[in-house]
Design a protein around this ligand. Structure first.
Ligand SMILES: NC(=O)c1ccc[n+]([C@@H]2O[C@H](COP(=O)([O-])OP(=O)(O)OC[C@H]3O[C@@H](n4cnc5c(N)ncnc54)[C@H](OP(=O)(O)O)[C@@H]3O)[C@@H](O)[C@H]2O)c1
Length: 280
């Protein structure tokens, strides 16, 4: 019986069912995780259904923000970021949290063996993913968070709130086409995080000047998108340590599983389930 679900619009591409059911099966709990397309206007009805029938939900685009007024409780960090990707449902009570920041932190550790504490970050993008992860990284001890975004006001709102909450943190904002400023930032960066939706399609333009990823750079490049994007290819070609978003997805899913079940997530099995699952 389906007790857990990922919802989004679209959702057919999601590999979360393969990844989560691998974890449930490892613990002999069957395959209780499904996927459902929920359009924005259907979200209130879905939440009413989930309240009665489900134990947990993962949310993806476009529901991470819209769900907040519909649920009973939101963890402070998720409220701060304005982004919820996991619902925990118990006796009709729905609590929302975000595991995206945890997912990014653990993906960086596993990919690059470099800790977040003391790290200097440069984000491209200021949408839901950047929002949720930037606050988590600041809480985890980042030393600098600089954000370049097309709509620079959105980057500004995140930076202002980060500076308010973390007085010692270096923050700055720019537009992605301010190449000279970005060049300056990147000379003082440990991790460049690509968090726009550009790169999901082959024909997308690069979110920043690709030459900013120059041979001899000292930073690691992480693209939150879990396909090979042109910037990821560029980073690899010039010898910058680089990774795509697969491990972030796996670790955020592992954290959701642990919150729902109280069991240790079998990360290796989840990784295999993620890779082998063929969405319809
Ligand atoms: N690996 C993982 O576990 C994971 C988890 C969450 C998200 N993600 C990835 O993160 C990415 C962003 O997701 P999100 O939830 O943050 O989406 P979102 O809230 O819709 O934000 C989209 C971001 O992309 C920028 N953008 C979109 N089109 C653009 C264009 N034509 N030119 C310049 N900038 C553009 C937006 O800039 P404006 O603010 O100017 O509109 C914004 O910064 C997605 O690709 C998603 O796949 C990965």
């Amino acid at each position: 019986m389906i007790k857990y679900m990922v919802i989004g619009d679209p959702v057919a591409h999601s590999r979360s069912p393969g990844m989560q059911n691998a974890a449930f099966e490892f613990h002999h709990l069957g395959s209780p995780y499904g996927a459902r397309r929920v359009r924005p206007e259907e979200l209130p009805d879905f939440i009413a259904f989930a309240r009665k029938n489900l134990a947990g939900v993962n949310l993806t685009v476009p529901h991470k923000q819209a769900v907040i007024p519909l649920i009973d409780e939101v963890d402070p960090a998720a409220r701060q970021a304005g982004s919820v990707n996991t619902l925990l449902i118990e006796a009709g009570h729905i609590r929302g949290t975000s595991t995206d920041g945890y997912g990014l932190e653990h993906a960086l550790l596993e990919n690059f063996h470099r800790p977040v504490r003391g790290g200097r970050f440069c984000f491209i993008g200021a949408g839901g993913a950047a929002h949720a992860t930037a606050f988590h990284l600041a809480d985890a001890g980042a030393a600098a968070i600089r954000i370049a975004n097309r709509t620079v006001e959105k980057a500004g709102r995140i930076a202002d709130r980060l500076a308010e909450l973390h007085p010692g943190l270096t923050v700055a904002v720019a537009r992605p086409d301010e190449t000279a400023k970005l060049e300056e930032w990147l000379a003082d960066t440990d991790f460049l995080i690509q968090a726009t939706s550009l790169g999901l399609r082959d024909e997308d333009p690069a979110p920043i000047e690709p030459e900013l990823l120059a041979p001899g750079s000292n930073f690691c490049f992480f693209d939150t998108i879990y396909r090979e994007t042109p910037l990821l290819r560029r980073a690899c070609a010039v010898g910058i340590p680089a990774a795509g978003g697969e491990l972030m997805l796996i670790h955020q899913g592992a954290k959701s599983f642990e919150l729902w079940t109280g069991l240790e997530a079998p990360v290796e099995q989840m990784r295999r389930g993620f890779r082998e699952y063929r969405p319809c």
